[in-house]
Every structure is written in structure tokens, then in C-alpha cells.
Design a protein around this ligand. Structure first.
Ligand code: HEC
Length: 182
């Protein structure tokens, strides 16, 4: 998080220099790291968006975490919407529980998603929706472990990192057919 803030401040500083020419008033309200359609994107800006983790775990960052550590992160950052135990609430989906075999099926991260790496990827880029990308990589590993633990996929003290996470066996890993031809 400190790295990202440092980059933002640097970009803002550069932006302020440019904006000062036009209007000092505008500079104070300029977004920290603007990415705009039709404008060239800098390497620093690109790095802030180049976060996609592949199903096989490629591009997972350094860091690690366990479910035991992730419980506090989950309660502070996720429980208000997804429920204290991941059961979901009005407007926010259940993250755990359910089954693909019931009628109708209850599709959750735990029952449906074939790759654990997708959970890390999604949470890092999109959650919480009020402040996406606000969690550190360590916090994302921790809360990912916690959600997986809530569904009984991994033990409370299992250490998730870029090597162990891709090897986690999701319950529905055989439930998809690859028609991509790759
Ligand atoms: C302000 C409410 C809110 C908070 C806080 C929040 N979420 Fe979400 N979350 C949502 C909503 C709404 C969706 C559905 C988004 C959609 O389908 O477009 C969602 C979707 C998800 C999904 C995808 C579920 C699926 O089956 O598609 C995951 C995983 C997830 N959230 C994890 C988390 C985690 C982990 C946290 C805490 C770091 C968190 N969320 C915090 C509201 C929230």
C-alpha cells in the first residue's frame, strides 16, 4: 500500500506541475492517478492495473497469509455485506456454502469456482467495492485463506502464498469443460 501511495504522490506531483499552469484550484481536486481514454498511460499507471492473476497462479505477488490471520480482515472489511460467516445478505452474494447439485443450485466461491487463484484475483481488484485495491497483498492472501477455510477447503493454519495457492483443490474443479481449444 505504501508503494502505491508513493507512486500516486509522484504522479500527483507531476500532475500538479502541469495543472498549475492552467489553474491552481483544479490541482487540489485532480485524481491521484488519472487514467483517461485517449491519453497515453505511463508505466507506473500500468503497473497499478496490471494485476490479473491467471488460473494457474501466474502473476501472484509475494506475500502470504492464513485463515487465522484473515478472520480479522474479513470481519472488518467484508462481513457487513457478505455476512459474518460468508452466508451473504441482501444485495451481496454468499461466498461459501451451497452446492452445484441442488435444484436450484447455490453457486458460491466455495461450491462453484474451479480455481482458488480467481478468488485472490477478484478480491484484490474489486473488493471491498467501496475501496477496490485498498487491501495489501498480505491482507488479500489472509482474507482469501479465510473464505476458503469457511467453506472447509483449507485448514485454519494453511499458509497461502504464490506457490501453495494454485495447488489448492477447489470442490468444483472438475465441473467445467474447456472449449477454448488451448
Ligand atoms: C459494501 C458491500 C461489500 C463489501 C464490504 C464487500 N463486498 Fe464482496 N461483493 C459485494 C457485492 C454487491 C458483490 C456482487 C458483485 C457483482 O456480482 O457484480 C460482491 C462480490 C464478491 C465476490 C464474488 C462472488 C461471486 O460468487 O461472484 C467475492 C469473492 C467477494 N465479493 C469477496 C469479498 C471480500 C473478501 C470482501 C472483503 C475484503 C468483500 N467482498 C467486501 C459487496 C461487498
Amino acid at each position: 500500500m505504501f508503494m502505491r501511495n508513493a507512486v500516486s504522490i509522484f504522479v500527483t506531483a507531476a500532475g500538479v506541475v502541469a495543472l498549475n499552469v492552467a489553474s491552481i484550484g483544479l490541482a487540489a481536486e485532480a485524481p491521484a492517478n488519472p487514467v483517461a481514454l485517449g491519453s497515453a498511460i505511463s508505466e507506473a499507471q500500468l503497473a497499478d492495473w496490471d494485476l490479473i492473476v491467471a488460473p494457474d497462479g501466474q502473476n501472484l505477488p509475494e506475500g502470504s497469509g492464513t485463515a487465522a490471520q484473515g478472520q480479522a480482515v474479513y470481519q472488518q472489511q467484508c462481513a457487513a455485506c457478505h455476512g459474518a460467516a460468508g452466508e451473504g445478505a441482501s444485495g451481496s452474494p454468499a461466498l461459501v456454502g451451497g452446492s452445484v447439485s441442488t435444484t436450484p443450485p447455490l453457486l458460491t466461491v466455495g461450491s462453484y469456482w474451479p480455481h482458488a487463484s480467481t478468488l485472490f484475483d477478484y478480491v484484490r481488484r474489486a473488493m471491498p467495492p467501496t475501496a477496490p485495491k485498498s487491501l495489501s497483498n498480505t491482507e488479500v492472501y489472509q482474507v482469501t485463506a479465510y473464505v476458503l477455510h469457511l467453506h472447509g477447503v483449507i485448514a485454519e493454519d494453511f499458509v497461502l502464498d504464490k506457490n501453495t495457492l494454485p495447488a489448492v483443490q477447489m470442490p468444483n474443479r472438475e465441473g467445467f469443460t474447456d472449449v477454448s481449444g488451448n
